[in-house]
Design a protein around this ligand. Structure first.
Ligand code: ZN
Length: 694
């Protein structure tokens, strides 16, 4: 559900393969270890041999990068994000572990049992494929492609996700007070359509390995080799056909490309081989007359494929979707094979995460606002919220000042921008009202059954929104999450308690470092309201142009500058026969704009704060000026190591630039940086001309 929304977040895109490293299914010898604390301003991370004016990332992070290799169970290791994530997860584990042993409340019993079921690998082995057999039996009975809608709705009602599209309820892009049905493309197992369609040696090799993986999984499940080979070919053929008619991630970032209101009757004419009315009735969502079809071409082509592909191929494809969807929760043989291809081959992960880590994350995903209630009691004091309120107000003022003084904007647009800024709402820490999970039946011995129950709950929760007033207090991330987001339809910025921790948010350090950390994060989220995507929505969250035509033109000239600039950065260097990979300047434009804006307005807020304390930006602490500490504090949020495979995958699927370019791209576009470090105009980090949007 909800996969159709394109909500800009701070870090890795949610739901990418990178964010879902699977668990280990062997008896787990590794004992959870207490977390390390991360310094907010870390002199030992600095590479003093590097020139900050040539490569500021290398200067701020070089020594950390050199001395902190990627742990074998990760594909990306980031000084702030990964370490805080590990710390939060450890604290979560303590809570889950205690609840699983001796629950004190009904809520603790529920999430304790969920966690315990995940940890019980003996049960997982004993059950074998039994938990997915009912779905496979239903698929085996498919006698005619016309029965597909009935079959898919039946699977979905039991907690198996939709096979080849994404369906759910979302705010109407043009009337954010309404919640409407929305449908979009889906059905690919590899991370992006390019994996199926791009004609390069690297992708050809990955495709061949994927087919081998399909064969192995079908064989493990009991199919004869010839049969497994046939099924693998059918899956590859259908997924490739779907990939060819999928809209690119870059094009989908533009909200106008994904907004096409259809009546149900017209949608049925567009894709006549599938009984949509029958499907919508069978999934129990309730009646509606119109829906947003995000990707009409996909559904037109899907309809053609339903009639042209043999029935046996569809059955193989659906069997695969069910098997693949639960592979991580099946016995070790399936788990290992799934890990080997999706994590080791595609992402370069050497070994799975410890079971306790995966089960903690899984429980957080399924029952996040149950677990989170107890988590915030321990880890988010009321004083933290008060401090955040003050910081957000300081950043709002700065962005307002920035909008008032922008050189390229005319008065009517300036007024509209200020109006939108004034309407941004802030959500800090955790929800005011917690979700009620009482309908999720959790069985201490049934991992996949619990996952199904959770999926049905999420689906019903989403479907119940149809036609109802919008709940502005709803959260899209759980409290322990180390991330933040801006939602263009809500026009709100959201900071879970999980990111409001050191080194992002730390009141033991000087304001310069804090503004470089959480200050830039707040500024980043606010700027999303005004990036190439967010700026197409007004203050009420409606897709409506509020810039004059001339201002929109000036805006686009400025964003084009960033597209070209970031498009020239290298996401992964050449390796052997594989050529270097450049960043996609268009895919990352919104995030780059937000990074640039965030760095600028947090700096302005710092100037104000220092002035209020009778200090200046040139005052020194520990050998660095306030300005230098601000920029180093900012850069050190992004120190990271990443496998080559994960870097290449991220360049295709992740709208965020890698840490190096989040730092260097932002500082080279902000002259205050060059001044702070005494750089000479024309040096790489202080170029003669640079890009600026906000
Ligand atoms: Zn972002």
């Amino acid at each position: 559900m909800n996969c159709l929304r394109f909500v800009p977040i701070l870090m890795l895109a949610a739901g990418t393969a990178l964010a879902q490293a699977p668990a280990v299914l062997k008896a787990d010898a590794s004992k959870p270890e207490p977390p390390v604390t991360v310094k907010s301003f870390d002199l030992s991370a600095i590479d003093k041999t590097a020139d900050p004016c040539t490569d500021f990332y290398q200067y701020s992070c070089g020594n950390w990068v050199k001395t902190n290799p990627i742990p074998s169970d990760q594909v990306r290791w980031a000084r702030s994000f990964s370490l805080v994530r590990e710390r939060n997860r450890y604290l979560l584990w303590e809570e889950l572990h205690a609840a699983a042993k001796a629950p004190k409340t009904p809520l603790q019993k529920q999430y304790g049992d969920f966690y315990a079921a995940c940890m019980d690998t003996d049960q997982v082995e004993k059950k074998g494929l039994a938990p997915i057999q009912p779905a496979w039996e239903a698929i085996a009975k498919l006698a005619d492609a016309r029965q597909l809608p009935a079959l898919l709705s039946k699977l979905e009602n039991q907690g198996t996700p939709d096979g080849f599209f994404e369906f759910g309820v979302s705010q109407d892009d043009k009337d954010s007070s309404q919640q409407i049905a929305e449908i979009g493309q889906g059905g690919l197992s590899l991370p992006d359509r390019d994996y199926y369609t791009v004609d390069s040696a690297r992708f050809k090799a990955i495709r061949a390995q994927y087919v081998e993986h399909l064969k192995k999984m079908f064989t493990l499940a009991g199919d004869k080799p010839e049969q497994a080979e046939k099924e693998a070919a059918a899956v590859m053929e259908i997924e490739t056909a779907l990939a060819k008619v999928s809209t690119s991630r870059t094009d989908l970032r533009d909200p106008t490309n994904r907004y096409h209101i259809y009546t149900v009757a017209d949608f049925e004419k567009l894709a006549p081989s599938f009984d949509w009315s029958g499907y919508f009735t069978a999934i129990g969502i309730g009646k509606f007359d119109t829906l947003n079809v995000a990707t009409p071409n996909f559904f037109k082509a899907l309809s053609g494929l339903i009639t042209s592909e043999p029935l046996e191929s569809w059955k193989s494809y659906l069997r695969w979707q069910v098997l693949h969807g639960q592979a991580r929760n099946l016995p070790k043989a399936y788990f290992d094979e799934n890990f080997d291809f999706f994590s080791r081959t595609l992402s370069g992960q050497k070994e799975p995460e410890a079971r306790w880590k995966q089960c903690s994350s899984m429980t957080d995903r399924a029952l996040g606002e149950a677990v989170g209630q107890d988590w915030v009691k321990e880890n988010f004091p009321p004083a933290a919220k008060e401090s955040m309120d003050k910081l957000v107000a300081a950043l709002e003022k700065s962005l307002g000042d920035d909008i008032r003084t922008l050189p390229w904007m005319t008065e009517p647009t300036r007024k509209a921008a200020e109006e939108k800024l004034g309407m941004i709402r802030n959500k800090i820490g955790y929800p005011e009202k917690w979700r009620d999970y009482s309908s999720v039946k959790v069985d201490r011995t049934d991992l996949i059954g619990n996952e199904h129950a959770s999926a049905v709950y999420e689906r019903n929760y989403n479907y119940a929104k149809l036609g109802k007033p919008v709940d502005e207090k709803e959260w899209g991330m759980t409290p322990p999450t180390v991330n933040a987001y801006y939602d263009p339809s809500f026009n709100d910025i959201n900071f879970p308690a999980g990111i409001l921790q050191p080194p992002f948010f730390d009141f033991k350090v000087d304001p310069a470092v804090n503004f470089g950390g959480i200050g830039v994060v707040i500024g980043h989220e606010m700027t999303h309201g005004f990036d190439d995507e967010g700026s197409q929505y007004d203050g009420k969250g409606n897709l409506r142009e509020w810039q004059t035509a001339a201002d929109r033109k000036a805006f686009t000239e400025r964003t084009d500058c960033e597209v070209a600039e970031y498009g020239s950065f290298e996401a992964a260097p050449a390796k052997g026969d594989t050529p270097a990979q450049k960043l996609n300047g268009k895919l990352t434009l919104g995030e780059n704009t937000a990074d640039n804006g965030g760095l600028r307005i947090a700096y302005m807020a710092l100037l104000d704060t220092l002035a209020g304390q009778g200090k200046t930006i040139s005052d020194k602490i520990g050998g660095y000026t306030e300005a230098q500490r601000y920029f180093i504090g900012f850069a050190q949020v992004w120190c990271q190591n990443q496998t080559d495979q994960a870097s290449r995958q991220a360049a295709l699927v992740d709208p965020h630039s890698p840490g190096k370019w989040r730092v260097n791209g932002s500082v080279q576009n902000f002259d205050e940086f060059g001044k702070a470090f005494g750089c000479t105009k024309g040096q790489p980090m202080y170029p003669a001309s640079s890009c600026r949007v906000w």
